[in-house]
Write a protein that binds this ligand. Structure first.
Ligand SMILES: [Ca+2]
Ligand SMILES: [Ca+2]
Length: 242
């Protein structure tokens, strides 16, 4: 039986389907080079980056490589040159088993969360705050303004361990890995895009087997011990709560 049918949990499929749609910018249910211009337009509108700026060029290059890899995989897998959802799941079924963190992933993949981080960090202070997160949820994910703010507070709470740590790139990359690897909705990874709250079941009688989440969460906490305490702006919190 191909791994495609046995490895990914339903929650991983839900997340990866969202991620597929994120890249399928023209919405034709197929990842191809044609999506590149559409996604870049969306990103430039969101970030306000000038088309010829260094950031925009880097972002274009990262996504160009991504769509090149997709094209290559589509050829290799003999899918008629197309990456549709099934092929997308197959790619992850090949990539994810045995991966414990972003360090295990190929470079083309590791650069995606890096660009995402740059996009979200519009204040350019190398950390994501609740305001930036809410902005991303609203403008890129498409949550309502109210939902975005509420979700950003909840997400930042989890992603910064209750405000104890900054959400810098190091932390974001680990949480992004949890977004890809986490087999259940209990890790902080679901807040990368913030739109999976309906997948969270408060109490489960049967826990899925072979869950790497606990180990990953413990590892994240250990790695965070050495990092400096959070500089999340309490005033922003007060402002939003008012
Ligand atoms: Ca497409
Ligand atoms: Ca920032």
């Amino acid at each position: 039986m191909p791994k495609a049918q046995v490895f990914l949990t339903q929650f991983q499929k839900d997340k990866l389907e969202y991620y597929f749609n994120f890249f399928d910018a023209d919405g034709n249910k197929c990842l191809e080079m044609d999506d590149l211009d559409v996604i870049m337009k969306k990103i430039l509108e969101f970030t306000g980056w000038e088309k010829n700026s260094a950031k925009a060029k880097e972002c274009y290059e990262v996504h160009h490589v991504f769509f090149e890899v997709m094209r290559e995989k589509a050829t290799k897998e003999n899918t008629g040159g197309k990456i549709m959802l099934k092929e997308w799941f197959d790619i992850w079924n090949n990539l994810l088993p045995g991966c414990k963190g972003m360090g295990n992933f190929p470079i083309w993949l590791r650069r995606l969360p890096y660009i995402l981080f740059k996009m979200i960090d519009y204040k350019e202070d190398d950390e994501i705050d609740v305001e930036e997160m809410a902005h991303f949820y609203e403008k890129m994910v498409g949550l309502s303004p109210e939902e975005s703010i509420a979700r950003a507070f909840k997400g930042m709470e989890q992603m910064t361990d209750g405000g104890r740590y900054r959400l810098d790139y190091n932390g974001y990359e680990q949480i992004f890995a949890n977004f890809l690897i986490g087999r259940t909705p209990h890790g902080p990874g679901r807040y990368i895009f913030g739109c999976f709250e309906d997948k969270v079941v408060p109490f489960q009688l049967i826990q899925p087997a072979a869950d790497d989440n606990e180990e990953e969460d413990a590892k994240m906490k250990r790695q965070r011990q050495g990092r400096r305490r959070s500089s999340i702006d309490q005033r922003v919190k007060i402002q939003y709560r008012a």
